[in-house]
Design a protein around this ligand. Structure first.
Ligand SMILES: CC(C)(COP(=O)(O)OP(=O)(O)OC[C@H]1O[C@@H](n2cnc3c(N)ncnc32)[C@H](O)[C@@H]1OP(=O)(O)O)[C@@H](O)C(=O)NCCC(=O)NCCS
Length: 376
């Protein structure tokens, strides 16, 4: 049997898998920043569209550039008719992540990338249209309505909330969505971004790389954690119920979703920002259970395992307080992270080498082939 060094290579932890100028994830004392700008500054002072522009065009836009960019995104929200027909045929019971994966793939058939010079146009198109695709499907099945996705709305956050309810959203909710989209936009070589880069490294088209990323994001160890975290929080009626239940869960070696991180070891810099928004939204909607329970979970996990909440944990309750259905939490992540994925696909293409690592072989030694009739 060949030897294995599984411990060293499990999940590629601590392996440097390439170079990137897009984001630092708290390493080398640099904190979390997008193209050199601190996440704390971006989350408090920038709109999501400014951040998208920064990631995709490698500079913060001027006021005039931002105005033009917002207008451009608004002009790209319409859904082609064949895609609407498909969205109507996808079952109401489908997971919205599967809907986005399918819709993105079909858009790649209807508006294919025939030349890499189209990549910026496709990135903008996906950024603009992903909320439309998701919420057209949702409203068709939930409310039996064929909504007009060209609804007037200045920002992506407002657009999302307006399509979801058909009503003008509360200003605080729009602001909270903006912060959430900024926080989710980019995070270096996480699983979904790496999946996108692997696909891009084969010189596949843009949509194929994004579909790969959506698939990788879906699982609860990555983007799916925000939905799993909300399901956990909702199990408790009071903070007192938390400790005994989580003690038992940890004894069964269960993972508590929304806690821990592959790169961060003591805290996730995005978590305090979204936590404060969750607290604010909790107060506004008169919540007396969800936020106190969430804090009890946070305290227990730190006390018991020195594990801290990651971005997904308080994002879950923030979305809950805005009335967003739990199944849409991970799709919101997609609507934001499309910016980071797109930046990485373009970066990969700009200096491409096929990503094809090796493995430690753990199978049998070479052996003689036995013809089928002689096998016992
Ligand atoms: C994110 C995550 C996959 C990173 O994991 P990782 O770097 O591979 O670390 P491991 O899963 O090997 O965990 C190391 C140890 O901490 C424990 N641990 C890590 N996260 C945990 C969690 N959320 N709940 C309970 N225990 C956890 C593991 O059980 C393991 O303990 P052990 O050494 O006694 O076996 C992991 O923390 C996790 O599964 N978190 C929950 C899912 C989540 O929130 N994902 C979103 C990430 S942004």
């Amino acid at each position: 049997m060949a030897t294995t060094s599984k411990k060293k290579t499990a999940g590629l932890a601590d392996i440097i898998a390439g170079e990137s100028a897009i984001c630092t994830v708290g390493k080398h004392g640099k904190g979390l920043n997008y193209r050199g700008y601190a996440i704390e500054d971006l989350a408090t002072q920038a709109s999501f569209e400014e951040v998208a522009y920064l990631l995709l065009y490698n500079k913060l836009p001027t006021r005039a550039e931002l105005t033009r960019y917002n207008q451009r995104l608004q002009s790209l929200r319409a859904i082609p008719d064949p895609l609407k027909e498909t969205l109507e045929k996808i079952p109401a019971t489908a997971h919205p992540m599967d809907v986005l994966r399918t819709a993105c793939s079909l858009l790649g058939c209807l508006e294919p990338e025939t030349d890499f010079s189209q990549q910026h146009g496709i990135a903008d198109r996906l950024l603009a249209v992903l909320p439309s695709l998701l919420l057209y499907w949702r409203r068709f099945h939930a409310d039996h309505q064929r909504i007009d996705t060209r609804t007037e709305a200045a920002s992506t956050g407002e657009y999302f909330l307006k399509l979801l309810t058909g009503k003008t959203p509360d200003k605080t909710h729009i602001d909270a969505m903006n912060v959430s989209l900024v926080l989710y936009a980019e995070h270096e070589f996480n699983a979904s971004t790496f999946a996108a880069r692997v696909a891009a490294s084969t010189l596949a088209d843009f949509y194929s790389a994004v579909v790969a990323a959506i698939g990788a994001l879906r699982g609860p160890l990555h983007g799916g954690a925000n939905e799993a975290a909300m399901e956990l929080i909702q199990r408790f009626q009071s903070p007192e119920e938390v400790a005994p239940a989580l003690k038992a869960a940890l004894a069964r070696k269960e993972k508590i979703m929304g806690f821990g991180h592959r790169v961060y070891k003591t805290s996730d810099p995005r978590s305090p920002i979204i936590k404060e928004w969750s607290r604010k939204l909790s107060t506004l909607c008169g919540d007396t259970v969800i936020f106190p329970v969430s804090e009890a979970i946070e305290q227990f996990m730190w006390h018991e395992k020195q594990l801290f909440p990651n971005l997904d944990f308080y994002s879950a309750s923030a979305y809950f307080f805005m009335g967003i259905p739990v199944m849409l939490y991970t799709p919101i992540f997609v609507c934001s992270r499309i910016t980071g994925w797109a930046a990485h696909i373009m970066e990969q293409r700009a200096n491409n080498a096929l990503i094809r690592p090796g493995s430690h072989y753990t199978g049998p030694e070479p052996r003689a082939f036995i013809p089928v009739d002689q096998r016992k």
